[in-house]
Design a protein around this ligand. Structure first.
Ligand code: SF4
Ligand code: SF4
Length: 85
């Protein structure tokens, strides 16, 4: 299934606590092997499959470290809504 979301992580803001890594349901995040200028392993988007749920954003203690984007697919021209069940 195509990813429904995407995240960007500001390495300068990340303190490498790993809370986002642990909280991501589809396990899209990990800690980079490289060390940042702060001497920590910053989080990174490692595996496709982000749903855009925002859990990592709400778990992160560092304002501005994570930005979550929801991918909106354009509706088909002339398309119809699926019938309500
Ligand atoms: S928005 Fe949700 S699925 Fe995407 S990386 Fe964050 S926790 Fe994982
Ligand atoms: S929760 Fe925030 S500070 Fe902690 S590793 Fe993830 S992005 Fe970095």
């Amino acid at each position: 299934m195509a990813a429904r979301g995407k995240v960007t992580i500001e390495i300068e803001e990340c303190k490498g606590c790993g809370l986002c890594v642990e909280s991501c349901p589809p396990k899209c995040l990990d800690l980079a092997p490289e060390v940042s200028a702060y001497g920590v392993h910053p989080a990174r988007y490692a595996v496709d499959g982000c749903t855009g749920c925002g859990i990592c954003f709400y778990c992160c203690p560092e304002p501005g470290a994570i930005t979550v984007y929801c991918i909106v697919t354009p509706s088909k021209p002339g398309g119809q809504h699926a019938p309500a069940m």
